[in-house]
Design a protein around this ligand. Structure first.
Ligand code: SF4
Length: 310
């Protein structure tokens, strides 16, 4: 089974090279380092290899052995003037390290199957989500796009204790996405409702009747939302709609599973505030929101420690 937001099935890389010009470091594992060493040695270019691949010093994360150097303009060493990758040209897609093969795909391994979404730091993805319709989540037998087995997250809620709210993670995720997409309320009010809901769920944690309590909490929210009435379809994409898509995608990326309910909520509120302030300050609200979303996504993927300073 594959679970993904509908936009993931519409993605096509434009080969614009924007991701290769970002300030992030592309790290490679030892196998990729040695694979490239053999490739360059066979071509008599070991001197270039030693410049292009720098072994990492000090404590690193698992799988990080070396990084690819930048050129004088700060772009990836292998980015060519036509925005294509020289390594890709030389040795093919399968030769690339897993980050370059996967980005902007975000594959996750869960008890539901393979879940896939996209990173909003890619301009082609941002264009895909510049739309009025809410993101829709699909479950199908065929993958929407090619992904490997390098999963970013592993989500198996039933391995938690039955009294831990995260045992019911998928039910909670679906409800949080429903709340964030309920446009009869302003996005700020939806987040307030999410906050109240997280508080109620956390308070119910530790009880044997947690499953029933959750059903009650969800039903109470739906009763309240039913009274807010229908909402007409949006006429144009606004900064608020772009923010909604982004926050929904962040929830789908399992931020509440990885960090827990309280921290997940804190991160989501920070993101909402950051985008709102950036959009208000910009001349064009939607352009401001797009820029802020791309910035947050970059930090979420590559500079998580900097999120605390938002
Ligand atoms: S930024 Fe996106 S569209 Fe551009 S090359 Fe990278 S993945 Fe492809």
């Amino acid at each position: 089974m594959y679970v993904y937001p509908d936009m993931a099935g519409q993605f096509h890389c434009r080969m614009c090279g924007a991701c290769c010009r970002r300030e992030w470091l592309v790290t490679v594992d030892e196998a990729a380092y040695n694979r490239n060493r053999r490739l360059f040695a066979a071509q008599g270019k070991l001197a270039e290899f030693n410049q292009a691949f720098q072994k990492l010093k000090g404590p690193t994360s698992p799988g990080e052995y070396a990084c690819i150097s930048k050129d004088a303009a700060g772009a990836c060493w292998f980015l060519e003037a036509d925005s294509l990758c020289r390594l890709h040209r030389l040795a093919g897609h399968e030769h690339l390290d897993s980050v370059c093969q996967t980005y902007p795909r975000y594959p996750m391994n869960s008890s539901r199957g393979t879940e896939i979404t996209l990173c909003f730091s890619c301009p082609a993805v941002l264009d895909l989500v510049e739309r009025t319709a809410p993101l829709q989540f699909l479950r199908v037998d065929e993958p929407p796009l090619k992904v490997g087995e390098d999963f970013v997250e592993h989500i198996f809620p039933r391995q938690k204790r039955k009294t831990d709210p995260l045992f019911y993670y998928f039910e909670i995720e679906q409800h949080f996405i429903d709340l964030l997409q309920c446009r009869s309320l302003s996005l700020t009010d939806r987040i307030v409702l999410l906050e109240t809901t997280v508080a109620k769920i956390s308070a119910a944690g530790g009880e044997d009747t947690l499953g029933q309590r959750l059903n009650g909490i969800f039903a109470e929210n739906w009763r309240m939302l039913d009274q807010t009435g229908d909402f007409p379809p949006a006429a144009k994409v606004t900064a608020e709609i772009m923010t909604e898509h982004y926050l929904v995608n962040v929830v789908f990326k399992k931020i509440f599973y990885t960090y827990g309910l309280s921290t997940g909520l804190r991160i989501l509120k920070k993101f909402h505030r950051f985008i709102r302030l950036s959009a208000v300050g910009a001349e064009n609200n939607l352009a401001g929101a797009r820029k802020a979303v791309a910035e947050l996504e970059f930090r979420l993927g590559h500079q998580r420690s900097s999120l605390g300073k938002l």
